[in-house]
Design a protein around this ligand. Sequence first.
Ligand code: PLP
Length: 440
Amino acid sequence: MSHVFPRHTKSDLPTAVGGDGCYLIDANGKRYFDGSGGAAVSCLGHSDAAVIKAVQEQVEKLAFAHTGFMTSEPAEALADLLISKAPGTLDRVYFVSGGSEATEAAIKLARQYHLERGEPQRRHLIARRQSYHGNTLGALAAGGNAWRRQQFDPLLIGVSHIAPCYEYVDRSDGESSFDYGQRVANELEAEILRLGPDTVMAFMAEPVVGATLGAVPAVEGYFKRIREICDTYGVLLILDEVMCGMGRTGHLFACDADGVAPDILCIAKGLGAGYQPIGAMLCSSAIYDAIAQGTGFFQHGHTYLGHPVATAAGLAVVNQMLERDLVSRVAEKGTQLQAALMERFAQHPNVGDIRGRGLFRGLELVQDRDSKAPFDPAHGLAARIKRAALEAGLICYPMSGTRDGRMGDHILLAPPFILSETQIEEICDKLAIAIEEGLA
Ligand code: PLP
């Protein structure tokens, strides 16, 4: 009997014993194509020699130094590299151990920034209904996924939620994509005015919504309007690229495609590519300066901030992306993946939408394509597809997300950047089996 406390106590999962490029291998020697990197983590596959070497060398040189006492070479080098590529005035990097720590730190930094500037009344956070920002209490409160929140609601801080930009379901007949984007972006302004403009500290959103909607980018112009509204009312813009950042969308930072720069940017998964747990919060020079010239201390922190081995892994990962021009490869392979998915599933009676950017793709599953009606949650479609996919030797990420109160099912794909054209076909073949078995 296992003594590990698993996520799902009622399922019997295989034991992973090895990784080989895009494949995971279990204790029976079965190979699984890792079509989602768990949840968009393993962007370089599972056996990248350069990253493995960097981790080994760093452990031998220096395993740990607490950031309350010392900084370290890999943390400094990775921060320099990220800032040299980051959009706008992002100027400082705060390294944490994962995505929830990054978004949690972002919320606290936003609050402290306004305090340092003498605006203690700014305490409201606005986010979007269909979003996921992590599982710690602050991050969970920011997210709008009703299913993830329901048991913990009494423990969560109050956060206002507005509509996401979810064109497939919400755009009205006859409304252009652009007008739709402006309409939902303007919900932010309405909410700021309702709360009182000088009481709002920040707005948080994922540029491409991952776990909750399944690779849904905003329409053109949406984030530009959001940026404008934030600037008008002195509200900080926090973009959560924990899942969609680090090259995943065919841009190093997902917001590059939207032509906006946030005040705070959260990244994680693809930064360590699974070789080490690492996340980061990048903030603008204005935010950093407010603290540096004020109390001089960010009232936050964890033991493993800026961990030398984790930052060494992150440095090697980003260097690999740049040296091998993997971000351009993502754009190219992403177009091929979208075309292959369209060819295979566009006419499927239960596939309502196929969308995404780069190697971040989602298929929305519906009971009826015309009405876009979702499946009855009792069908447990996502869980059935996940099981059938594992059986077929594919790891993909089917989820039941909330769709304005109702559940809706989607499958998220986020394969390694190194996948080949043949492997795109392998994903489609195995996915077709999993969908049919899940629907049966
Ligand atoms: N933010 C987004 C957009 C995510 O997708 C996730 C995880 O899926 C998180 C935050 C939380 O990251 P972690 O699971 O590393 O804490």
